[in-house]
Each structure stands twice: as C-alpha cells, then as structure tokens.
Design a protein around this ligand. Sequence first.
Ligand code: AMP
Length: 170
Amino acid sequence: VFDLKSSIAVVPDFPKKGIMFRDITTMLKDPKYFGMCITDMVDCLKKYDFDTIVGIESRGFIFASVLAHKFKVGLVLARKPGKLPRETESQSFSLEYGKDAIEIHKSDVEGRRVVIIDDVLATGGTIEAVCKVIEKCDGKVESILTLVELVELNGKKKFKKYVYDSLVKV
Ligand code: AMP
C-alpha cells in the first residue's frame, strides 16, 4: 500500500530543538508519492468553484503550480515582503520571535474566487494572513488546502470562517 503519510520524513529538532519538522522532499523525489499527492489534491478541490489558486511561498508554490495547470485556473503567488514588483497588499503576522508579512499583487486576486495552498499547517498564522490579504484585495477565499495538518496545534481555529481541508493529519 502506498501511504502518503509514510512518504513524508519526520526530522526531530529541526530547525531548532522541540520542532518535529515534516520534510516533504522525501515525498517529492518519488514520482509515485508525488503523483498520489496531486491526485488526492485534485479530488479534494473538485467540489469547489474557483478561478484562481494562491500558493504560499515557498513550498506551497510546488503544489499550487501543478494544480493551477490541472484545473486550468490562474496561479498567484503569496510572497515574503519585497519580492513582488507591482502594487501589492500586505498583511503582517506574529511569529514566535518577531514578525513576518505576506504580500500579493493587488490586481491578481481582485474579484477572484480563490483556493489557498500550502504544504504544512502549523499555528495557522501564515494562512490567516493570506486570507486577510486576499480580502483586502477584494478577492473571495473559496477554500484552503494543505498537504499536512499538525492537528495538535489547532491552527485552523485562526481561520474557522473558511472551508479547510488537509490530506495528512499528524
Ligand atoms: P504556521 O504559520 O505556524 O502555520 O506555519 C506555517 C509555515 O511554516 C508553513 O508554510 C510550513 O511550511 C512551515 N512549518 C511550520 N511548522 C512546520 C513543521 N513542523 N514542519 C514543516 N514545516 C513547518
């Protein structure tokens, strides 16, 4: 049996002590598992009505680009500050130490029905910020999908007004 969960390596104490890092590179390098991952993501998203996929920098881009191609919808990048050259909307959010922010080209999601993609849901701070920035740009969040959900952290409580799915719950 091919089990997507078993294809994702768990690396204790990376990048710092106490973090159980979910390493998707072990899944990506095996076409059997990467194929299964994309098939499952496509199945999951079939039930939603959307015209744009927003991928979150940087591992979210890997999945978002394949899915945008499969569904024949636009691909939009949610990026770290200072990377996007045209007019952006921005949303800052707190990290364990300090702050970060996420930016989107304003005109790229205006009036769009958006699905948000990332690799791992941890505290939910990043996805919450992406939802806010999409709404600032006058886009609509149709649903959110991550490959992995770290269930104990309950990150989805931060964006509970939206529809959320994950493929692998750990
Ligand atoms: P958060 O905003 O806390 O939900 O963190 C989400 C971002 O951090 C995601 O884009 C993940 O790629 C990364 N991340 C957080 N925790 C982990 C983890 N345990 N393993 C792998 N990536 C993680």
